[in-house]
Structures are given as structure tokens and as C-alpha cells.
Write a protein of this length. Sequence first.
Length: 275
Amino acid sequence: MSQTSAHDTGAQSPSPAKVGLSTTSVFPERTAAGFEVAAQLGFDGVEVMVGIDPVAADIDAVERMRDTHQIGVMAIHAPCLLVTQGTWGTDPWSKLERSAEAAQRLGAGVVVVHPPFRWQTSYSRTFIDGIRRLNHETGVIFAVENMYPWRTPTGVFQAYTPGWDPTELSYEHLTLDLSHASTARMQSLDYVEAWGPRLRHVHLTDGQGSLKDEHLLPGEGDQRAHELLDALRTRNFDGHVVLEVNTRRHGSRPARVEALARTLADIRTHLGQAR
């Protein structure tokens, strides 16, 4: 696939994509800090990771944070991580229905969802049809995220079903996570090409193909993240580009904010949105 270089982007129209910050990007600070930093730096909105701390599952509290900081909620990440399995009960469909309700109330257009774990047998059997139903009934886009095989020193464990790679599955809307692609030893640009208009949401991050899901800053890994942004601009991508990175190594709020500000400026430059 031919990619546009950063030097060529000036002749193109800006991408209409909205640029958001995941509340996980300020961890170990909490959801409130995600709203504060996103508003301070000029992001277009936030993606709320439900269950990352107790307040993220309290939609009244999230609504107050949205209004206090005057920054919109772009997306809800459903509580489908291993560490959030107890958030909003144990029934996976109830979690997704509550995610849709939260999105509707907060004005978010997207719910990000992972495919089921292989031990969630009943849920996985009806997952594709159920996601299609939610898309049609709720007015919210449920965008299924690419995952990865769990690789260990002793072998590979296929943790997700009907599969970690959504390319050949009949989901209507997809979320591309660059760190997950790296962990799977795939290339995100190939996903952009293969998915076409099904790509609605991007978790912009990076990875170096290690056993763990790294969530590096864009450009620190093997996913050609800046070229991917150029490609989104060329395609006039009108979905969300959400920065979802691990900033724990930055240690302090000022260092974290500096790294996120620098990254936001790079994102806007490659999308043609430099301010």
C-alpha cells in the first residue's frame, strides 16, 4: 500500500477526525485527571475506560466531570478487561447495554468492545449477532477491537473467540489498536487497508512486538504510527483517533503532560490539523 509521507501532507485537506485522550493515558492518576489533562491540552474529547477506577463506572460522576471541564465524551470503553470483569455485574450483555446507555446519556458516539474470552462460551456463540443487534437498536456504534494471541515463553494461547483478528468476521464497525497489532506481530497499516470503511475508531499507541501489550507513545515502536496518521488523512477518515498510551514511566504530572502535549501536536500535524 502506498503511503503519503509527512512532507507531502501540506497539499491535502485536513482530516475531519476527532482527536481524543483515553482516561487510561494518565494512569496511575484517575479518571478525573484524564478529563482535566484532556481539557488543558486541547483534545477534542475523552474516551472513558469504565472500571479503571470506581468513579469511571459512576455515570453521574462522569457527567459532572464532563460539565466541569467542558470537554465531551467521545467514546465509552466497555468493561471487558480481565481486571474489570466485576464492573456493572457479571453478565456481559448487561455490561454492553449499560455501556450504550452511558454513551447515549454522555453524548458519546462509540462503544469500544473486546471480543469474548474463550471461556465465555454462551456469550461468544451469539457475540457477532448480538453486536449487530446493539448497533441497530441503540443508535450507538459498537466498534469491536483487534486483540492478539497470548504468547508465553512456553507457547501461544488463543484467549479470544470467535477470534482476536476481526478482519474476516462480519462486524460492521472496528477499533484499531496499534499496540495490540504489534503484540500480534501484525502491521496496523495492513488493517487500515483491509478494513476500509469498517474502521471507525483508532487507539493510537505503539509497540515493539513483545509478549506484553506495551502501549508506547506513537513512533516508539514498530507500527509506523505517523505513516498511519498520514494514511488516515489521505482517506479523509472521519472517525476518532484516541491516544491510549502508558505514561507511568514519566513519573509526575508535569512530565506526563509534556509527553502528551508533544504527542498531540504530532497527531494534529500528521492529520493536517496543526494549530
